[in-house]
Design a protein. Structure first.
Lengths: 237, 234
């Protein structure tokens, strides 16, 4: 058996663990340096071909999960999941969750008094196609206040969770919206140094926008790539 | 007097960079899972890899009408020794972390991963075992999985790894997924395991689950403090 091909390590855009401005990191960031380990089969494998069984069937339209239409600006979020070499990552699960248009989460511990929307849950999942493409229809989430510091507001964002092909490629991130002045003063987004922070800012796209229906935003997710390209023999089937 | 406008004509508007900018192409940065993931990620049964309970989710944290996650449908009993893996997640001061999510990834009883990237033909896939699971932590910071004892899988240079489960820790305040492993005290191969060998001896205990009751293995996870769990750079 050939040795598993390693994935690359995190690049310069990965956040530090301890970001004192984001107060929750203070007691939760590891204090010891991470230990580098070789990538074995454990790190280079991940569950494949069993998404339905694990996570249920796709739920790509978050505006159609209840009896009525949710309140808010309908949007389409679409893009590709790629590796660092620009190759599509097909057949991988992407899960999203978000606040509603008023910035309120459907969660018992969200104590903000903005209204809940009975027609909006804000959770979805999809499996990428052969070209790594995905597409969600949802509502543009609102900004919301949080207790990090006085007058702290989170910029509008959608949470994204991707497994990718391997344990090593697991990623949880957040997608932001263009022209949101809150990004610049948000300690969570600011855990990522510039210019890499801008990788998390989606782009408005008129071609993705559906006439008389929904505004379109583009967002590609780039997962860790392989250390080297696996050797492929020409004409070998 | 200097003409302050002299340089203006040479200036250009700052290009606005975003996700689609080819100059910025690279790994999407990691962000925290936040405190409100429960209606989006950990499904009922997600922590029961043997497939017989609702373990893993916390549906009491949102209305029933908003449960859009999966309901696992067990297909049969996987081969191997059924075990429980339990523990508490604590922060650097020892306080329980009530809003963490633990994920596991492991081989089946024969040491085979259910993955396209495990192409070995000397160990078989178990049709009743995927090997991936998710558990929310409780208000007391506790996680709990029901799974099977993994078999040994190959390591670097022809070695065999000790039985282990790969673990990811997510939580509010955790900006990068924390990757670690669970090993089992007393199992074969611990002293020759190539990954464990990278860990200073005095810290290896943070990766060793112990069993005081038949079939129940306990490993607490400390995000900081004197017994901080060893986390890996992947």
């Amino acid at each position: 058996m050939s040795a598993p091909v390693s994935y690359r390590r995190g690049d310069a855009g990965m956040p530090r663990d301890l970001v004192p401005e984001y107060r929750s990191t203070v007691l939760r960031a590891p204090q010891q340096p991470r230990i580098e380990i070789p990538h074995t089969l454990t790190e280079t494998t991940g569950p494949s071909g069993c998404w339905d069984r694990l996570m249920g069937k796709a739920a790509a339209d978050l505006t159609a999960q209840h009896r009525g239409e949710p309140i808010g600006q309908r949007i389409v979020v679409s893009g590709r999941v790629l590796d660092e070499d620009g190759r599509p990552v097909p057949d991988t699960v992407m899960e999203i969750w978000q606040a509603n248009a008023a910035g309120r989460y459907i969660h018992a511990k969200d104590s903000w008094d903005a209204p809940l929307d009975p027609n909006f849950t804000g959770a979805g999942r999809i499996v990428t196609d052969a070209d790594g493409r995905y597409r969600f229809t949802t509502i543009r989430p609102g900004a919301y206040p949080w207790g990090n510091h006085k007058n702290a507001w989170r910029p509008a964002h959608i949470h994204l969770s991707l497994l990718g092909p391997a344990f090593a490629t697991r990623l949880v991130t957040q997608m932001y919206f263009p022209d949101d002045p809150l990004i610049e003063i948000d300690p969570i987004a600011n855990a990522i140094p510039m210019p890499y922070r801008q990788r998390m800012v989606s782009r408005f796209d008129i071609a993705t926008t559906q006439p008389n229906r929904a505004l379109g935003y583009l967002f590609d997710v780039v997962l860790k790539g392989r250390e080297q390209t696996p050797f492929e023999e020409d004409g070998h089937d | 007097m200097t003409d302050v406008t002299a340089t203006l004509e040479g200036r250009n508007a700052a290009p606005r960079q975003d996700n689609q900018d080819p100059d910025l192409f690279g790994q999407t940065p990691s962000q925290t899972v936040g405190p409100f993931f429960h209606y989006g990620l950990p499904w009922k049964g997600g922590a029961d890899l043997v497939g017989k309970s609702d373990l893993g989710a916390r549906p009491e944290l949102f209305g029933e009408a908003h449960y859009v996650l999966n309901l696992s449908a067990p297909t049969g009993t996987p081969r191997g020794e059924a075990i429980e893996l339990v523990g508490t997640v604590r922060d650097a001061e020892g306080a329980p972390v009530a809003d963490a999510m633990i994920e596991i990834w492991q081989a089946n009883a024969e040491g085979r991963y259910r993955s396209e990237d495990d192409a070995r033909d000397d160990a078989a896939i178990d049709p009743h075992f995927v090997g991936f699971g998710r558990s929310s932590t409780s208000d007391e910071g506790a996680y709990r999985f029901r799974t099977i004892m993994p078999g040994r899988v190959p390591g670097p240079d022809g070695t065999l790894q000790a039985p282990h489960i790969a673990v990811s820790v997510f939580a509010r305040g955790v900006l990068n997924r924390l990757a670690t492993r669970v090993y089992f005290a007393g199992s074969e191969g611990l002293d020759t395991d190539a990954v464990l060998a990278q860990v200073p001896e005095e810290r290896r205990g943070t990766l060793l689950a112990r069993s005081e009751k038949e079939g129940v293995w306990t490993l607490d996870i400390a995000l900081g403090g004197p017994d901080e769990t060893v986390f890996f750079d992947l």
